[in-house]
Design a protein around this ligand. Structure first.
Ligand code: SAH
Ligand code: F3S
Length: 482
């Protein structure tokens, strides 16, 4: 049927409008944990439906979003400096809008808009689906804020737009929030109570990633071992679930198995594990499936029982050793890494020695170490005095970093002479002629490119190393290569 003139005019007006709206540019910067980087990909997806394309160029941005971190004071100061810079740019580009997302948005809420007036929009981690409305508000000249925490939001139905991706490795978020209430930690306040994402939507996302050429996923959560799907809702409400829901619930070991079976060639990693929640089932599932990598990030925070208790970490040093022994018995070549805090309130020299001796026992492959930073609103801030002097925190931190460096070197050397599978992620930072990838234990390996390409699974002979990088030579494709 022939179109009437009216219809065709309307049609072209519509496509013109769509083209105009599609030309808006979003510049997004992320700070803090992997979860924040993953959330930014959800935000980019929600906004692409609103006609925003992402850009890497700040100077062409119509909307600048900063996904922020509150974990330590320093993280907040870094973000503040960036916000001041964006505010200065706005003087020359008044149409540019600035929004703050994530944990600082949640923690400081209206303060940004009312007292400081350096941003146009404040959006907490559970409110990203409200972004279309909030953007309309700021387009109409009003400030916008939504920091409501949710009981069931997991963004399971949002397909993330991959940002700064190497096209090979991707994050897949599986839980949100945290119920643990470690006394030093701000996360339960900024990200709310723990809830798990529908396993089917996780498997669908992993399948889709495989189709698009991705070869490794990291399942993300503040405490992945505590994953429990029973049909929606908060983890703490599981006791109230129906018998049917309880009978069909999926825990983390079962989720790992589902993902491993769905894509038997996809490498699977996960982060972060909390010692108090990691089960033997999870370790056995790791051992059972070749494609689940032999690496566990298992933060301990301190080696002293007294400090662990004050931190509300619900395990002892001895129980932690038992877990480490079980991991090593079931997966002998499993790499383990830590997070450690020095100078928690009341920490004595003896507590610090306990941390060093715990590290000697485990000999971690890698570590992330921090000086205690008091966070407003946490239990430690309310109940304890931040009484370890800054220079003592600094000296103890330097000592654990030095010990970790030695262990890292020893662990890296253990791979020498072996032929291991490496997934190629991209060109080495130090040499155009070398590829960079990781072995199952997450150790970085570099080797001459030859005819291999990004995304290949390659067998690499490890000939040499620095303290944290293996230097090798490819000897052929892995059986896993596609
Ligand atoms: N379960 C989370 C932990 C998030 S915080 C995860 O997925 O990694 C990451 C690390 O920051 C913690 O393990 C802890 O070592 C450190 N950290 C948290 N709060 C801190 C504080 N107040 N001061 C110093 N370090 C802190
Ligand atoms: Fe923080 Fe402890 Fe949860 S470190 S994120 S409260 S497991």
């Amino acid at each position: 049927m022939e179109k009437t003139i009216d219809e065709s005019v309307q049609g072209s007006a519509l496509s013109l409008e769509k083209k105009n709206t599609n030309s808006r540019k979003l510049y997004i910067e992320s700070y803090g944990c992997q979860m924040n980087f993953s959330d930014s990909e959800i935000v980019a997806s929600i906004l692409s439906n609103e006609g925003f394309n992402t850009t890497q160029e700040l100077k062409e941005a119509d909307l600048v979003l900063v996904n922020t971190c509150s974990i330590r004071e320093k993280a907040e100061l870094t973000v503040r400096k960036r916000l001041e810079k964006f505010n200065a740019i706005k003087k020359d580009r008044p149409h540019m809008k600035v929004g703050v997302l994530g944990c600082m948005a949640e923690r400081l809420k209206h303060k940004f808009l009312e007292e400081e007036k350096i941003v146009d929009m404040v959006v907490g981690p559970d409110a990203y689906k409200d972004l279309p409305n909030l953007i309309q508000e700021i387009d109409e000249g009003r400030n916008a804020v939504n920091v409501i925490l949710s009981k069931d939001e997991t963004y399971g139905d949002v397909a993330p737009v991959r940002l700064n991706s190497n096209g090979v490795t991707a994050f897949v978020s599986i839980t949100r929030g945290c119920d643990n209430m470690c006394t030093f930690c701000v996360v339960p306040f900024t990200r709310g109570r723990e809830r798990s994402r529908d396993p089917q939507s996780i498997v669908d996302e992993v399948n889709d990633l495989w189709e698009k050429g991705y070869r490794e996923v990291t399942l993300l959560g503040q405490n992945v071992d505590s994953y429990l799907w029973y049909g929606g809702g908060l983890k703490k409400d599981f006791a109230k679930a129906s018998e049917m829901q309880k009978a069909t619930a999926v825990d983390f070991a079962q989720l790992l198995e589902k993902v491993a079976l769905a894509q038997p060639r996809m490498r699977i990693r996960f982060s972060t594990s909390n010692p108090q929640d990691m089960t033997l089932d999870v370790i056995r599932t790791m051992a059972k499936y070749e494609n689940i990598c032999n690496y566990i990030h298992l933060p301990v925070q301190s080696g002293s029982n007294r400090i662990l208790k004050a931190m509300n970490r619900l395990h002892t040093r001895e129980e932690y050793f038992e877990l480490i022994d079980n991991i090593k018995a079931i997966i002998p070549d499993c790499a383990i890494s830590q997070d450690m805090i020095t100078g928690f309130p009341t920490e004595t020299e003896q507590d610090h020695q306990d941390t060093l001796s715990l590290m000697e026992y485990v000999k971690y492959d890698y570590g992330f170490m921090f000086a205690y930073s008091e966070r407003p609103g946490t239990l430690a801030e309310r109940k304890l005095t931040d009484d370890v002097p800054a220079e003592v925190k600094k000296r103890r931190l330097a000592e654990i970093i030095e010990l970790q460096r030695r262990h890292c070197q020893e662990r890296t050397e253990q791979h020498l002479g072996k032929v291991q599978e490496v997934l190629i992620e991209g060109t080495s930072k130090k040499s155009e002629e070398h590829w960079m990838g990781r072995n199952s234990q997450n150790t970085v390996a570099v080797f001459p490119k030859e005819n291999y390409k990004v995304g290949d699974f390659v067998m690499v002979r490890m000939d040499d190393c620095t303290s944290a990088t293996l230097i090798g030579k490819a000897v052929g494709y892995s059986d896993n290569n596609v």
